[in-house]
Design a protein around this ligand. Structure first.
Ligand SMILES: Nc1nc2c(ncn2[C@@H]2O[C@H](COP(=O)(O)OP(=O)(O)OP(=O)(O)O)[C@@H](O)[C@H]2O)c(=O)[nH]1
Length: 400
């Protein structure tokens, strides 16, 4: 009987020890890939109260406590599983020649425009009806009312004086006039060669125009030009945006500063991204921001705040407004409001592969006095090209 009790006690002791062991192992395990020091944010992107802006203005201040401390994700070391090899880094396509490669898409989407204009202008007798049709074609391509009237006047004059009939001469005339409207003299270079500190690029725009994609594609453009880049995922509004941006960066070895707290203060993330860029002596810091409606004044105020907070430690060298070419004149209204809140220095026109509204280039530049610097021509990682007035117009008028 005694030995039975003893045996029972031993069995119970063994079971207890086993259970305790399992619990200890589970409780003590730190998941690999978690980043330390991330605190909760209590101010959300649409909260434009003074309290939140003060907290964000000094993101390094421990007492502020409101801003989630962003983290610098090092893409070359995937977090888990640890034994998985780092994915091979991609080599982005060289920037020169990209527009030539993507030209076919531009030609395809805008071909109707060029073709109709050429056909109409080559008519034997260009009467008022034909001029009306020409006007309609220009307006349909979103050239805008003022540039359309201007172009019509110029064309009428040249047809009258030069008496054009030969299709090749008509094409040359149209090319000259359209190119003048697109304005090859505008400086379309990106201001990313500041010395002594990283150049800071802020990317803004409404929802879904392609901001995050554009920042990712631009990182590749910069890497192709041998620049050290840091990305800032200040789009803390859309849950997947930071992850999306981190993935873009990691493909080309570019680190991304982000917060894993949804709704963390975007100004804080932007600030930390610029700090990281300065600390790592990077060439360029690119900050992606949340898509916002231009009629939501608190969101627009917040955007102004992101810029002001960044400016506490560095100038902002480029503010790129991303516009979706397929939205046409609506994009123009967006552009005007954004330009009032942050000084827009360049336009990135996306989705030009899916629209015949290429004329929007002219309308936007006219309205804002700001050049289109880059155009998006597809969803591929290197489907972003520097804009070139001559090549653009050539593509519009190319025969297919
Ligand atoms: N065809 C085409 N699609 C594009 C282009 N640029 C971006 N896109 C697509 O547009 C969609 C939206 O892109 P995002 O980068 O997520 O847009 P966003 O502006 O960051 O969106 P929010 O964060 O919600 O404001 C994605 O499916 C992109 O692949 C382009 O030049 N051509």
């Amino acid at each position: 009987m005694d030995s039975d009790v003893l045996t029972l006690v031993i069995i119970l002791a063994v079971i207890l020890a086993a259970v305790l062991g399992v619990l200890l192992v589970r409780g003590g395990k730190v998941p690999e890939g978690t980043y330390p020091e991330t605190r909760d944010a209590d101010d959300r992107p649409d909260d434009a109260s003074e309290a939140s802006s003060t907290a964000v203005a000094a993101p390094e201040d421990e007492e502020a406590g409101a801003a989630a401390e962003p983290e610098l994700a090092e893409p070359a070391e995937p977090a888990e599983p640890a034994e998985e090899p780092a994915p091979a880094l991609e080599t982005p396509e060289p920037v020169a020649g990209r527009l030539a490669r993507l030209r076919a898409r531009l030609v395809k989407s805008n071909n109707v425009f060029g073709k109709s204009l050429l056909a109409l202008l080559s008519s034997d007798d260009i009467d008022d009806d034909v001029w009306d049709e020409i006007e309609e074609t220009l307006l349909m391509a979103d050239l805008g009312t003022e540039p359309t009237t201007e172009l019509l006047d110029r064309l009428r004059e040249r047809v009258r004086v030069e008496g054009l009939k030969d299709p090749e001469r008509v094409r040359t005339m149209l090319r000259e006039e359209l190119t003048a409207l697109v304005d090859p003299s505008m400086d379309r270079s990106l201001n990313v060669d500041v010395s002594g500190r990283p150049s800071v690029v802020l990317v803004v725009g409404v929802n879904g125009v392609g901001k995050t994609t554009t920042v990712g594609k631009m990182a590749r453009v910069l890497v192709a030009e041998d620049k050290d880049v840091v990305l800032g995922a200040a789009d803390t509004f859309r849950a997947a945006a930071a992850e999306q941006l981190t993935t873009w960066g990691s493909r080309v070895g570019v680190p991304t500063v982000s917060s894993d707290v949804e709704g963390a203060d975007p100004a804080s993330v932007a600030y930390e991204a610029v700090s990281a860029g300065i600390e790592h002596e990077s060439d360029v810091v690119m900050v992606d921001t949340a898509g916002r409606l231009q009629n939501k004044s608190n969101l627009m105020d917040e955007l102004g705040k992101v810029k002001r907070v960044v400016e506490k430690q560095s100038e902002v060298d480029e503010v790129l407004l991303v516009l979706d070419a397929t939205t046409g004149q609506n994009g123009l209204n967006q552009a005007k409001v954004f330009a009032e809140v942050v000084d827009v220095t360049g336009i990135v026109l996306t989705k030009l592969d899916g629209t015949a509204r290429g004329g929007i280039v002219v309308a936007i530049q006219r309205e804002l006095g700001v050049p289109v610097k880059l155009i998006g021509l597809g969803e591929g990682p290197d489907d972003l090209a520097p804009f070139d007035a001559d090549q653009f117009v050539d593509a519009l008028l190319e025969e297919r």
